[in-house]
Design a protein. Structure first.
Length: 287
């Protein structure tokens, strides 16, 4: 993972107020900032990062909460249970916006944690999220988009129920657009982000292969990566990943694109890559 390599854009703008303000006043100004936002194309390692950064009862990176795009459904309620926050289904599922549910049930508890953040691969509502909760750190997770495409297709065949619901299989057109949207958002966040945010690019290939890269990220974010990498996978019907990686950060998916022999999957991956040529160039996936 070239966290601080040629593909990483790290910018720091110290959050605070003029020196004449008290420490308490500065804390009040920044109390609702997110500590981290993780964004990237689907299957680029965003969930792995979120799980490693989540340590009940200290730090929580919410997985796909959809605070500003519609979401905050049953899976988020189950995630909250990891922290001992047990919300009754009737209270959780009141007819209200996702932002209203977040403000009513999670905003105060999150403020009591050491750190909190969000990871999203669905970038609908991302500008609104950045405006409402500017993050101290933005982690842009990237992976060869061809590997993302193959992994996304295979996930459709392997994924189980999500919150007790069997999901309809997504079409290739749907998957292609989700991947391209995520790639475009990753590129955009290199130059267009809140002034108080520090942006770090994390390359999946290096992250899973190099303990030194993981240590560098932990130090750069000042955030322990001590969480269970499998902690939320069962909520999303992704137990096949637990079986594949054994509950550890592993390299069994490292060469997904290079080792794929199915011509249909490779053709789909090439098609996605042609639409994400700028992303591939920017993050060094040119081979």
């Amino acid at each position: 993972m070239s966290v601080y390599g040629p593909f990483a854009r790290r910018h720091r703008a110290h959050v605070g107020a003029p020196a004449r303000l008290t420490h308490a006043a500065c804390c009040l100004l920044t109390r609702w900032l997110m500590d981290v936002l993780i964004v990237g194309p689907a299957r680029s390692g965003t969930t792995l990062l979120a799980n490693l950064m989540t340590s009940p009862s200290k730090r929580w990176v919410l997985v796909e909460p959809g605070i500003t795009r519609g979401g905050m459904g049953e899976v988020v309620r189950q995630e909250a249970g990891l922290f001992g926050w047990h919300f009754e289904p009737a209270s959780w599922h009141l007819q209200e916006s996702s932002r209203a549910r977040f403000d009513r049930l999670l905003r105060q508890p999150l403020n009591g944690l050491e750190r909190w953040g969000v990871k999203e691969v669905n970038v609908n509502g991302l500008p609104e999220l950045l405006a409402a909760f500017p993050p101290r750190h933005i982690v842009v997770s990237v992976r060869d988009i061809r590997a993302c495409a193959i992994s996304a297709r295979q996930k459709e065949d392997l994924q189980g129920c999500v919150a007790g619901t069997t999901l309809a299989r997504k079409t290739d057109d749907w998957l292609r657009q989700r991947l391209l949207d995520g790639a475009a958002a990753a590129l955009r966040l290199l130059t267009d982000y809140p002034s108080q945010s520090q942006v770090t690019v994390v390359r999946y290939e290096d992250f899973v292969a190099s303990p030194e890269a993981r240590t560098a990220l932990s130090h750069g974010l000042d955030w322990p990566l001590e969480g269970d990498p499998s902690s939320t996978l069962d909520f999303f019907g992704r137990t096949f990943e637990v079986e594949r990686h054994g509950g550890h950060v592993g390299t069994s998916s490292l060469h997904r694109w290079q080792e794929e022999t199915d011509p249909v999957l490779r053709a789909f991956a090439d098609e996605v890559a042609s639409g994400a040529a700028g992303y591939q160039r920017a993050f060094g996936y040119t081979q």
